[in-house]
Structures are given as structure tokens and as C-alpha cells.
Design a protein around this ligand. Structure first.
Ligand SMILES: [Fe+2]
Length: 270
């Protein structure tokens, strides 16, 4: 409350435009979110966080440390609704799950490499072997298009939390960051069955993408995001996904409408 009152005062004093004010509010919110979570962490997790931050230096904003922190936060939320969750395994796996993301390529799967890198880190930090095995499974099994499926409750929660972060407003923003990085179009209007056959490995909607430049956020939605509810394990995640999926659908509908209108205008002027 104190912060909100002071932000409004700042807006008035400096005569900020609404968009600037919105940006300022978001920055403050992110700052508070990130720092409260960090302060609430015990020394062991802060140490892990520092290692992950270092490894993710230069990462895409779609997969940087703020994504890791959102997933960590979602994991804690989902865990509240589940029984017998080993929070130490879950927190550690959440922090480490994308540690090898920067090294991801056509030949390197960041979940496999991430599990290997994490094993070394955890051994040095004195984690027991049983826990390391457990955490490695969470990391390897968190990928949507991965072959290994989550077997434990901690792996299921991490997988769900990671998927929730691709939906809703954050998901839309992340999709377009990736679209820019891969040289994709804003929207690709193509028959989805034909696309899946031609550009996804095995001709399956969850096959890996062959040519990333032919992909687009709306294709990603059709082949991946809309199938997410079927891939979620926890009740709370399914509930959150429903809401986030709806906002993605209405965004894409509006975008398609807008693009069609623009096209008609161009035709009219030719
Ligand atoms: Fe992730």
C-alpha cells in the first residue's frame, strides 16, 4: 500500500505518461518479487541462485533468471496443494532446471546437459546421492517435448510450473521474444496438419521443430500451448492454466482480426 501511494505521488510529481507509469509499476513489482523471493531463501538456495545467475548470463529474456524465479515461485504455490512433497528437492530442481539453457542447440538438449551439470554442483555442495538422483530426474523430465516423463510428485510440479510460464501475458511476451530471436513472423496462416507433417519431427504435434524460422507464436500455440492442460499433473496447475490459456486465445483472435483488417486496407490502396 505504501509503495502504491508513493508511486502515484511519483507519477504526479514527474508528470509521467500512463505508459511510463505502467512500466515503472511493473519494474517495481518485478524488483520486489525478485528480492522478496531471494531474501526468503536460505543460504543454500541463495548459493545455488548465484551459480545459476552466472550460468544464465547472456541468456534470452525468455529463459533468463526471471523465468527461473517465476517457476520457483509457481512450484512453491503448486506444492501447497499436494501431499508429501520434498521441498528441498523441489526448490533445488526449480533453481537448476534451466541451468544449461544457454547451451541448448539442435544437438544439445538443455535438460540432459542441465542434469549432468547439476550433478557436479550438488555433489560439491554435499547433497546426498539419493537426493541428487531425485533432482536430476526432475530436471530431465521437465521438458514439454522431452522423452522422459515425470515420475515423482516433485518432477510433476516442476513440469507443471514450467509449462504455466508459457501461458498468459508472460507466455505471450516470451513467445514473441523467441519469435524475434529465430526470425519468425508475427503470425503464420497455414493448415496446421500440413505444417506438423513438414516441420515437426515424426510428424507429431509434440515433435521437435526442424526449422525454427518457419515457426510462429500462433503455430506454437496450436502445436504446443493448447495441449498443455492434457500434460499437466496437478489440480492447481490445471486451474491456473485454464485462465492463462483463455487470455492467450483471446490475444490470438484479436491479432488475427487485426492482421486481416490491415491486409484488406493494403489491398484497397493498391
Ligand atoms: Fe524453464
Amino acid at each position: 500500500m505504501f509503495i502504491i501511494v508513493n508511486l502515484v505521488t511519483i507519477k504526479d510529481i514527474y508528470g509521467l505518461a500512463s505508459i511510463d507509469f505502467l512500466m515503472l509499476t511493473m519494474k517495481v513489482k518485478n524488483y520486489i518479487f525478485f528480492n522478496i523471493l531471494t531474501i526468503a531463501m536460505s543460504e543454500k538456495y541463495q548459493k545455488l541462485l548465484e551459480i545459476v545467475k552466472r550460468e544464465l548470463k547472456g541468456a534470452s529474456p525468455a529463459h533468463d533468471i526471471s523465468h527461473v524465479m517465476r517457476v520457483y515461485d509457481l512450484c512453491l504455490l503448486l506444492a501447497k496443494y499436494e501431499k508429501n512433497v520434498d521441498l528441498d528437492v523441489l526448490k533445488t530442481a526449480a533453481l537448476l532446471h534451466d541451468i544449461a539453457r544457454v547451451k541448448e542447440s539442435q544437438n544439445i538438449d538443455h535438460t540432459v546437459l542441465g542434469a549432468e551439470v547439476s550433478e557436479k554442483i550438488l555433489r560439491e555442495l554435499g547433497y546426498p546421492e539419493e537426493k541428487i538422483r531425485h533432482i536430476k530426474h526432475c530436471i530431465i523430465a521437465h521438458r514439454f517435448r522431452g522423452a522422459v516423463k515425470p515420475r515423482t510428485i516433485e518432477a510433476k510440479i516442476l513440469s507443471d510450473a514450467d509449462k504455466l510460464d508459457v501461458l498468459g501475458a508472460i507466455g505471450i511476451a516470451r513467445s514473441y521474444i523467441l519469435a524475434g530471436e529465430y526470425g519468425q513472423k508475427i503470425y503464420v496462416d497455414t493448415p496446421i496438419d500440413k505444417y506438423i507433417k513438414e516441420n515437426l519431427v515424426g510428424g507429431k504435434h509434440d515433435g521437435r521443430i526442424k526449422d525454427l524460422s518457419k515457426h510462429a507464436p500462433n503455430i506454437e500455440f496450436e502445436t504446443k500451448f493448447k495441449h498443455i492442460p492434457k500434460k499437466l499433473y496437478t489440480r492447481k496447475a490445471k486451474e491456473i492454466a485454464k485462465e492463462r490459456l483463455n487470455s492467450y486465445v483471446s490475444f490470438l483472435k484479436g491479432l488475427k482480426r487485426k492482421l486481416k483488417v490491415n491486409y484488406k486496407v493494403i489491398v484497397l490502396y493498391i
